[in-house]
Design a protein around this ligand. Structure first.
Ligand SMILES: Cc1ncc(COP(=O)(O)O)c(C=O)c1O
Length: 376
């Protein structure tokens, strides 16, 4: 049975050409060996850098290929020195794994509140920044709430206050569905995963590191790709891809490269509009607000929509939709501790649309939700 994928924020369906390029590459590994296959496909694999740099407006050498967003953030945090007094500011939509990273490193941190409308409170942020603020982390679109955050205004404020503060943007849920320009945003670090809105294979991700920061990092995982051994000592190669190590999956990198190429070919603005229109269609349906509650601000919609239905647990709704052939997911306090505490809710159901979803599929979802609510 074919499923309707409304869990694109978890993992989207890859495009046909991405699937076939990965399969073909793996067959090549089988027939000519992993190293020869890599050299044969070098040009196509390296297209990953040109395509991603085009999508985010960075230099080719500011990008590293990694396996996930979590690896990217961990790599970065572990590669930079923190002094005892320095602090990091996060927001109350922070993703659970990002937060764990701070706790694990015992980094001083302050939590800024998002406004009632889902946007950053610039006043609260300004108040919390002090002379020891080293970094500010922000999720462009959170996992558990699809409000699109105006990150350009946040970047402007941060750099106006202190241009040395490192602005770290989590684009895990926005890359591939929203236009991203690292120069306009003024972020120093940006990271994301391939399997979500980029439609890449699972186990892929990336990090962008502004070249001005390259000499401030000391990669936590060294090997002969990112460092040069010299007389019982070593030198870090800062020129290219500092977070990459020698071993990786060229097949998956090739798949991600193709997926990003497809996004650029279609055009991110066109994708953005199609996705937002689908969410707007769902949100425009006159559901009874006493029975179903949506959590996104209608003015800042993305592909991610979350809701609860009165009288049903999130897993009952999700199972019901799965029975109808619809993939969804559930977010809870592990996804974002601060968010669920603030909202005083246990969990939410998440439906996330991509451009390959159709209006017919969204209409079917609405019909299923009405059936569920009315047959209670
Ligand atoms: C906002 C956000 N950040 C980070 C992550 C972690 O991504 P990964 O599982 O690829 O490490 C996720 C995963 O869903 C996410 O939604």
């Amino acid at each position: 049975m074919g499923y309707i994928n409304f869990n694109n924020a978890g993992s989207s369906f890859p495009e046909k050409s991405t699937l076939s390029i990965v399969k073909k590459y793996l067959e090549n590994e089988k027939s000519i060996g992993g190293y020869l296959a890599e050299s044969k496909y070098k040009k196509e694999i390296n297209r990953f850098y040109t395509q991603l740099s085009k999508l985010i407006n960075s230099k080719v050498t500011e990008i590293s290929f990694l396996q996930s967003s979590t690896h990217a953030l961990n790599f970065f945090i572990n590669s930079i020195n923190f002094s005892k007094n320095e602090n990091v500011i996060i927001f109350d939509n922070e993703y659970g794994s990002n937060y764990l990273n701070l706790l694990n490193k015992k980094i001083n941190h302050k939590v800024c509140n998002l406004e009632q409308n889902g946007q950053v409170s610039l006043t609260d942020l300004q108040r919390k920044i002090d002379k020891n603020t080293k970094m500010i982390f922000l999720c462009h679109i959170a996992s558990q709430c699809g409000d699109l955050i105006n990150v350009e205004e946040v970047g402007r404020l941060i750099k106006k206050i202190n241009k040395n503060i490192i602005f770290v943007l989590d684009a895990c849920q926005s890359i591939g569905q929203k236009e991203i320009d690292v120069k306009k945003i003024k972020c120093d670090i940006l990271f994301g995963s391939g399997r979500k809105y980029l439609r890449g294979p699972r186990g892929t991700g990336f990090i962008y590191l502004n070249s001005n920061l390259k000499n401030k990092i000391n990669p936590s995982l060294l090997d002969i790709k990112n460092a040069l051994l010299k007389n019982n000592s070593y030198k870090i190669k800062t020129k290219n891809y500092p977070f990459e190590t020698f071993e990786h999956s060229p097949a998956l990198k090739l798949g991600l490269s193709n997926a990003i190429y497809q996004i650029n070919k279609i055009g991110i603005r066109k994708i953005e509009k199609k996705i937002r229109d689908l969410s707007f269609f769902l949100r425009s349906y006159p559901f009874d607000p006493k029975k179903i509650k949506f959590y996104e601000n209608i003015n800042f919609l993305s592909g991610i929509n979350t809701f609860s239905i009165k009288g049903f647990s999130s897993s009952e709704v999700s199972d019901f939709l799965l029975n109808k052939g619809i993939l969804t997911s559930i977010s809870n306090n592990q996804t974002s501790m601060h968010y669920f505490k603030k909202k005083k809710i246990k969990d939410v159901i998440r439906v996330s649309f991509h451009y390959y979803n159709s209006l017919r599929e969204v209409k079917f979802l609405i019909k299923c939700l009405i059936d569920l609510i009315e047959n209670k």
